[in-house]
Design a protein around this ligand. Structure first.
Ligand SMILES: C[S@@+](CC[C@H](N)C(=O)[O-])C[C@H]1O[C@@H](n2cnc3c(N)ncnc32)[C@H](O)[C@@H]1O
Length: 370
């Protein structure tokens, strides 16, 4: 991380100022270091350039390498909030969220620049369809990405000319974003491992705050959205893309109830099970939807989920398989009704610039901060 970005951070426990307590700044950057709150003295590790900033109430795990790096600094683990203690239901759910996506992004589908440059789920066109920001707004802006996963949005925002990108995720897979930047990109990155509902950032630090395909998985999505609005400066924009309740009857009435059983299966088993519906879906897309789009547009107009399935026809099969697995595995998945999305904007004093039912299964919202 750039040492100069410390001035944007604030303590998630008490909003206090953050300073560098231990570790060396080399060419303006920190690799392994310890940050500290001036008011409550909570410590936050920076490991391999990635600050890990969770409140002491929310337990998050360290792997063996991270624990070894932290051990070099000789501070008690309790000062970071890493005590080994009984976890409550919410903490266990958060750990499941973190582990599930880590498995998905690091082991199953570590997508590449080729995927980001291609068509389908990871491509630029899809990103602009999910998050319809104007290119002028993004150019030279400081943008926050909440729930950034492995960095898909970072790549596209960097290509659109964003100056600085702050990307937040629960998981360590966010580090991959550093190697997935477009060639020659000058963008400055601040990657943070933290919870969207408790952003370790001062208010008014970004021009645009986005959250694409992630708010529906956040344990308190209202608080998460308020955090996006809080860190956004006056006349900035907040943009989200979330699952819609409308148009998603298979998810809301079949897959979500089935998760009670699906979630008992280990992740590799679930991934294997997802192969069968993925194959059936791929056949339906290629043998019915794609020919109908070409030869029978009137018939297509009466077919359910047409926009979404035609969009998926551009994926490579592995991506569709992963997307189905994603739908099965997500420990938390909320489907938003239109009025709930409007309420998110209203409750945070944001004026809606655009609200649309993307592909008939998602809500894309862009709202302006007064
Ligand atoms: C479906 S993935 C989307 C990732 C990325 N936005 C994309 O579309 O490529 C959802 C992401 O949200 C993250 N996430 C879920 N709850 C979160 C929270 N409370 N705070 C931060 N990130 C969270 C998960 O770790 C996961 O990487």
């Amino acid at each position: 991380m750039f040492a100069k970005h410390i001035s944007w951070l604030s303590c998630v426990g008490c909003n206090g100022e953050i300073y560098l307590k231990a570790g060396e700044v080399v060419e303006g950057r920190l690799n392994n270091a310890v940050l500290c709150c001036r008011s409550c003295n909570q410590l936050y590790p920076v490991i391999n350039g990635l600050p890990m900033m969770f409140s002491k109430k929310s337990h998050h795990s360290l792997n063996a390498d991270e624990a070894e790096i932290l051990g070099r600094f000789n501070f008690p683990l309790a000062d970071y909030g890493f005590e080994d203690r009984q976890k409550n239901k919410r903490e266990l759910q958060q750990i499941a969220v973190e582990k599930n996506w880590e498995y998905q992004w690091q082991e199953l589908h570590p997508f590449s620049i080729k995927d980001l440059e291609g068509k389908g789920l990871f491509g630029q066109e899809a990103f602009k369809n999910f998050i319809p920001l104007s290119a002028d707004r993004v150019k030279d802006a400081t943008v926050l990405v909440g729930g950034a996963g492995r960095g898909r949005e970072i790549y596209h925002l960097a290509k659109m000319g964003a100056k600085t990108i702050i990307a937040v995720d629960l998981g360590r897979e966010i580090l991959a974003a550093r190697d997935l930047l477009p060639e020659g990109s000058q963008v400055e990155l601040l990657l943070l491992r933290s919870d969207l509902v408790e952003l370790p950032l001062k208010p008014n630090v970004v021009d645009i705050a986005i959250c694409d395909h992630a708010l529906q998985h956040v344990h308190d999505h209202q608080k998460g959205f308020s955090e996006l609005a809080r860190v956004c400066r006056a006349s900035g924009q907040v943009a989200i893309c979330v699952y819609s309740w409308e148009g998603n009857v298979i998810m809301t009435h079949l897959v979500e109830p089935a998760k009670i059983i699906l979630h008992k299966a280990p992740l590799p088993v679930l991934f294997f099970l997802a192969l069968f519906p993925s194959l059936i879906l791929q056949l339906i897309i290629m043998l019915i939807y794609v020919p109908a789009a070409r030869f029978a547009p009137r018939l297509l107009a009466r077919m359910p989920l047409r926009e979404h399935l035609l969009f998926w026809s551009q994926n490579r099969f592995k991506t569709t398989w992963m997307a189905i697995f994603d739908l099965f595995q997500a420990p938390i998945s909320y489907h938003f009704k239109c009025h709930e999305v409007k309420k998110l904007a209203e409750n945070n004093d944001l004026a809606i610039e655009c609200l649309r039912h993307t592909n008939g299964v998602l809500w894309s919202l862009v709202a302006n901060k007064e």
